[in-house]
Structures are given as C-alpha cells and as structure tokens.
Write a protein of this length. Structure first.
Length: 211
C-alpha cells in the first residue's frame, strides 16, 4: 500500500512539474509564432492596391449584339531574349500559360428594315456577317509558369506585357482558324429561326451580307 501511495504521489508531482514547464514554455512558443509570422510578412508582403478615387467614363454606347458562340482557349507562349552563347549571363526567358476566351456573334443593330421581307409566304432575312465580339485573356487563370534570367540581368520589365499581347492574338487566331465565325452565323440562324417561328412564320430563309 505504501508503495502504491508513493507511486501516486510521484505521478502527481510529475504532472505538476509538466504543467509548470508548459506554463513557462507556452509564452515562448507564442513569441516564436509571432516572430515567424512577422518575418514571413516581411519576406512575402501583401501588396496594398489603392485605386484612384476619380473615375472618368469616356463613352456609353448601346449595344444590340447577339452572342452565339464562345471559345475557351489555352495557349502556351515562350519569349526569349539573348539566348545565344551569352544566355546564361544576359539572357531572359519567360514561359507564359495563357487562358482566354473568344465570343462571336452578329450585331443586330446592322439589320435594316429592308433586310426583312415577305415573298410568297416566306420570310426572307438578310443577316449581317458574323464578327468577333470579344477576344481577351482571362487574367484570373493566366500566369507566368517560369522565368529565367542571366546572372547579370534583371530581365526586360516589359517582356510579360509583350507576351500577354501575343497570347491574346494567338487565342483569337486559333478560334478564327477553327471556324468560330462560321459556327457563330449557323447558331444565329438556328436561334432566329426559332424566334420567327414563335411569331407565326413557317417558312424562313436566310441570306448573309458579305463582309
């Protein structure tokens, strides 16, 4: 019994000592955590973005566009500067992953009164040519995958801007080569045929104004 009681007392004392040690160490842990957070903030600061309070609206324009198709495109673009023998010293290489979208359709405001006429019970509709309505990068999804500069250069600060411009052009080019304009006019006819049929026209023919 005395042995058991002695062990119990020892365990209680050990517990008290451990609690005391934890009480002493916890403040140090908290200080270390605060210091590590402050160091991380210094090494990787969060930028403060302050928009100018003055906003200038240059133009307000009414639109009557019928968007009939949207392409989502991904393109990888590489830009290289001074990649010869001296590349490791003065070179600059950027690999950019571009995500963008292209929207095509027709501008309904270009349809005039004489572009719709009835002939023998058939509604004739002359549509304007399809056009690209929007072609832009998705900045939320586009990013610089890799950037390597030589030992003695910080790189061209305008290189990423140039790459973004080329990427936007390439995205538009890819969609155009894939036939986005043809699909846009086909979708426009499908939608407008349904629209005119709901108005009671049974026979509808379409003609396309040449570009």
């Amino acid at each position: 019994m005395l042995l058991v009681a002695g062990l119990a007392v020892i365990l209680v004392l050990v517990g008290l000592v451990n609690n005391k040690i934890n009480d002493m160490v916890n403040p140090l842990r908290k200080v270390n955590h605060v210091l590590s957070t402050q160091v991380a903030n210094l090494l990787h600061p969060t930028p403060t973005i302050i928009p100018d309070p003055v906003t200038i609206i240059n133009e307000v324009q009414s639109l009557a566009r019928l968007e009939t198709i949207r392409y989502s495109v991904e393109k990888v673009v590489t830009a290289e500067v001074n990649q010869g023998v001296l590349g490791p010293l003065f070179g600059d290489r950027l690999l950019f992953v571009a995500h963008g979208y292209v929207i095509a359709g027709i501008d309904m405001s270009k349809i005039r009164r004489e572009d719709l006429w009835l002939e023998g019970g058939t509604l004739n509709v002359r549509l304007p040519a399809a056009e690209i309505l929007v072609a832009t990068l998705d900045n939320d999804k586009s990013y610089v995958y890799d950037r390597k500069t030589g030992l003695f250069t910080r790189g061209d600060p305008s290189l990423e801007t140039q790459v973004r411009q080329v990427a936007e052009q390439e995205i538009l080019k890819s969609a155009t080569q894939d036939g986005i304009l043809d699909q846009a006019i086909s979708n426009a006819q499908t939608y407008l045929r349904w629209f005119f049929e709901t108005l009671g026209y049974k026979q509808i023919t379409f003609a396309i104004t040449p570009q």
